[in-house]
Write a new protein. Structure first.
Length: 236
């Protein structure tokens, strides 16, 4: 049966369609022109990162910008120009728009437990950078990450996890292994930071699109860890 005719197209079909669309002109694939040269996000990755960190400083100081969320709503219905793509954890305590004090349309957010880079996540970041013109990808981990803590317990011989959880644990295993000699009190923090570093490196070297855009200087990849208790983001 035709995959497109199924009531719920398969994940492979959807990802294949996105991959095919990315190699077509953006207008044909997404009914939108490429971002104009003077687009709001036509800035460098360094400039985008500075804006994020300035927003985080406002958030930490509880002096966030006041926003009228209805303003610009009609304009955003036809186009979006996010200044950064955030690959973050799905943890309910970590909302990137709040953490970086950014408004609607300013961040393209990909969230998955443990902020690991999945196949669908790669496709999402490819879309953000190639089609939307995002100049920055920020991998954002956070303190007391439950996914990383579970990966440490699993590595230490904990009971088997149900469902698809072992697949997530496998993605986090390299960071856990690399930090196994850390003092017990520091092990979780060390593994969280190492996971950000490894994911940042993986993101910047993922061929063919992300690696090419990073090599050309069109896209910057960075990593940070958000401290839930203080609200501050520490770059790694």
């Amino acid at each position: 049966m035709c995959q497109a005719c199924l009531p719920y197209p398969t994940r492979r079909y959807l990802l294949g369609g996105l991959a095919a669309a990315l190699v077509l002109p953006s207008k044909a694939a997404f009914a939108a022109d490429p971002p104009p040269a003077n687009a709001p996000n036509a800035i460098t990755g360094d400039a985008a990162l500075q804006r994020l960190m300035a927003g985080n400083s406002r958030y930490v100081a509880n002096k966030v910008d006041q926003r009228d969320f209805s303003a610009g709503r009609a304009a955003r219905s036809s186009a979006q120009y996010p200044i950064a793509a955030i690959l973050g954890c799905a943890d309910s305590r970590v909302g990137p728009e709040f953490v970086f004090d950014q408004g609607p349309g300013e961040l393209f957010v990909v969230r998955v437990a443990g902020n690991v880079l999945t196949e669908a996540g790669i496709a999402s970041l490819e879309y953000a950078t190639q089609v939307l013109g995002v100049p920055l990808i920020l991998v954002l981990g956070h303190s007391n990450c439950g996914a990383v803590a579970a990966a440490i317990k699993s590595a230490d011989g904990g009971p088997p996890l149900p469902g698809h959880l072992p697949e997530l644990i496998n993605e986090l295993a390299p960071a856990v292994t690399a930090t196994k000699s850390a003092p017990p009190a520091e092990r979780l923090s060390a593994a969280i930071t190492e996971n950000v570093r490894l994911t940042e490196r993986q993101t910047g070297t993922t061929a063919p699109l992300l690696s090419a855009m990073v090599a050309s200087g069109k896209v910057k990849v960075a990593g940070g860890v958000y401290d839930i208790a203080t609200g501050k983001v520490r770059m790694v």
